[in-house]
Design a protein around this ligand. Structure first.
Ligand SMILES: Cc1cc2nc3c(=O)[nH]c(=O)nc-3n(C[C@H](O)[C@H](O)[C@H](O)COP(=O)(O)O)c2cc1C
Length: 308
């Protein structure tokens, strides 16, 4: 038998792009349990069967393999934080997501791309994992786009496509949430208010545009590593691309770094800025940092420097 280096083998398996699911069930005393899994596969239409693979090292192994039912929630593009929460030893994973009981009794997420509530059909022992085969007792398909996962990083196909479309429009606004050591860079806006640093795209690559603008405006080198949001303003006249960026040391020539707990929410330039910062803060509280593959259509892939 050939002994492969497990890390190298895992990396090669990781070349297969998948969606991301959260598999849920209930313990004997009724507590909800769940973990992130990308080993999901549809198996059969008649009877309706699916499978997921569960590591024997899982803290929930005995509960999951002993349960009479489990559900598979296919995460939507905006549920990366849910994926991270259910993959980490967080005290109450279910606090991170809206959920309800599915028809077979396991927790299902109404905000997911789809969910399948199953009875446990068969458990197959398979090396360091067990294959859980479920029989679908009920399902829902919301039509939302699913979150993607490949080579250890998430991808968000429709968000990327939207960014690619937005990045050909020279009027597009590009802005950044610049975080450094728990502080966010805010710049002055009209009437004693504060804004996120932003610039107009012109004919530039969006990441180049915001990095160059920040350097000339503040004197600080930044790295646009993470596509945070793509949205149209209310009038629908202008696209907005927001990156989360890391920043090098030094005092900014313009604007100031403000501690996250001191952000003046009553003095921000627009409600969108407030929404962006609120989302940033909640993702940060979840420790939701990982390597993210940015806008590959622009030919650049960055690894984001995580939380210090
Ligand atoms: C994207 C992603 C996919 C994962 N897929 C699986 C999987 O298919 N099976 C598995 O057992 N663990 C998988 N994991 C790891 C578990 O989610 C992780 O080990 C979790 O902490 C297990 O929780 P538990 O020990 O509380 O059961 C995955 C993690 C991530 C981030």
């Amino acid at each position: 038998m050939t002994a492969f280096d497990p890390r190298t083998l895992r990396d090669a398996f990781g070349a297969f792009a998948t969606g991301v699911t959260v598999v849920t069930s209930r313990t004997g005393d009724g507590s909800p349990i769940g973990f992130t899994a990308n080993s999901f596969a549809s198996v059969s239409l008649d009877p309706p069967l699916l499978l997921i693979c569960l590591a024997k090292t899982s803290r929930n192994f005995a509960n999951m393999t002993g349960a009479k039912a489990f559900a598979v929630n296919v995460l939507a593009e905006n549920q990366k934080d849910v994926s991270n929460t259910f993959a980490k030893p967080v005290e109450d994973r279910f606090a991170a997501v809206k959920w309800q009981d599915g028809p077979a009794g396991s927790p299902v997420f109404p905000g997911a791309a789809a969910w399948f509530d199953c009875t446990s059909e068969e458990i197959v022992d398979a090396g360091d994992h067990a294959i859980l085969i479920g029989r679908v007792a009920g399902f829902e398909n919301s039509g939302r786009n699913g979150l993607g996962y490949v080579r250890g990083g998430y991808f968000t196909p429709s968000l990327e496509a939207k960014a690619a479309r937005a990045s050909v429009d020279e009027d597009t606004n590009v802005s950044a949430v610049v975080e450094r050591a728990g502080e966010i860079l805010l710049v002055p806006a009209d009437g004693d208010r504060f804004a996120l640093p932003s610039t107009t795209l012109g004919d530039r690559d969006p990441m180049d545009a915001i990095e160059a603008d920040l350097l000339s405006r503040t004197g600080i080198q930044t790295t646009a590593g993470y596509l945070f949001s793509v949205f149209e303003d209310r009038a629908g006249s202008r696209q907005n691309i927001v990156y989360r960026t890391g920043a090098a040391e030094g005092a900014p020539r313009a604007g100031q770094f403000v501690a996250i707990s001191d952000i003046p929410f009553d003095r921000l330039d627009t409600p969108q800025t407030a929404d962006i910062l609120r989302r940033f803060i909640s993702e940060q509280a979840l420790g939701n940092y990982g390597v993210y593959f940015g806008n590959e259509t622009a030919g650049r892939v960055h690894a984001f420097a995580g939380k210090a």
